[in-house]
Design a protein around this ligand. Structure first.
Ligand code: NAI
Length: 272
């Protein structure tokens, strides 16, 4: 169902790799709600991704950018304003990557070159993106910036590895930069903390199937899907959430406030 919530708004969406990506679903929903946007991803991801299909479907253009490169980000922002015909109203940062996770390096045995690369891609890129937007004065007043995160920033999930630290850093950047963006430009900055979701990045985490099944049983409303996340992001981009900022917003079916559920308990106790 469409409510035209984003009619007349212009944005940039990072991170649509394939149709499972949370950013892909978000692009589809933003399009349905009347928003116009530029799609972007790392040049290497474009070669293997199916982003052209999404661009065609949503009538958008694609500008490759490595989110760790200030030069790429500047070019992306300048070109996006030209293509879209004005300043930006919404930005989705949907980027995450850990080489330690990908190569099965344990948290207690990090390769620090990989750790640093993962931090740059998964967290510092958010600072670089916002600093480039801020210095270029590229955001419209009452614009909205959202990054995606996971609850391993607050609680221990051993196999989430160094991504847990990257997410903690990402969430802190949202608050710290969000202050200046709010004070100086009336732009809001938030993170959405999403349930485990079967995507390329998600499935790379060791034991992901167990992880997702456990979260499903713990959450009174069940795991939030990629589409649920897309819908939440649409709400955060819309004028209905104008003074929500500096928040880490859980979209997780209630998981983050649970201690234990009947469904999980029943696997530990026999019939009485
Ligand atoms: P995905 O694998 O579809 O998306 C990750 C994206 O990051 C890809 O499009 C990839 O090309 C992009 N990327 C990697 N390096 C980049 C770089 N240097 N420059 C620009 N883009 C780069 O997976 P998903 O799950 O849609 O991930 C999106 C976001 O959601 C990530 O921040 C992830 O950590 C977060 N998230 C995912 C959860 C899950 O279980 N799938 C749960 C909670 C948060």
């Amino acid at each position: 169902m469409s409510y035209n919530l984003l009619k007349g708004k212009r944005g940039i969406i990072f991170g649509a790799l394939d149709s499972n990506s949370i950013a892909w679903k978000t692009a589809e929903r933003v399009h349905e709600e009347g928003g116009q946007f530029v799609l972007t991803n790392a040049p290497v991801a474009m070669r293997m991704g199916q982003i052209n299909e999404l661009a065609e479907k949503t009538g958008s253009q694609i500008i490759p950018a490595d989110a760790t490169s200030l030069e790429d980000l500047q070019n992306l922002i300048d070109q996006s304003m030209e293509i879209l015909g004005g300043k930006i109203d919404f930005v989705l940062h949907s980027i995450g990557m850990s080489i330690n996770v990908r190569k099965g390096k344990h948290y207690t045995d990090q390769n620090y070159d990989w750790t640093q690369k993962g931090t740059d891609v998964s967290a510092m890129s958010f600072h670089k993106l916002m600093q480039t937007l801020y210095k270029s004065d590229a955001m419209n007043e009452w614009g909205s910036i959202v990054a995606l995160t996971y609850m391993a920033a607050q609680r221990v999930f051993p196999d989430y590895n160094d991504m847990a630290d990257n997410k903690a850093y990402l969430e802190s950047i949202a608050r710290s930069f969000g202050y200046f963006f709010g004070r100086d430009k009336k732009v809001r900055v938030n993170t959405i903390s999403q349930s485990p979701t079967p995507t390329t990045a998600g499935s790379g985490v060791k034991g992901f199937d167990g992880f997702i099944a456990y979260a499903e049983k713990m959450s009174p409303l069940g795991n939030a899907t990629a589409l649920d996340c897309a819908n939440y992001t649409v709400a955060m981009f819309s004028d209905l959430t104008k003074r929500v900022t500096l928040q880490n917003l859980y979209n997780d079916g209630g998981f983050s406030n649970m201690g234990v559920s009947d469904a999980v308990m029943s696997t530990f106790v026999g019939d009485e």
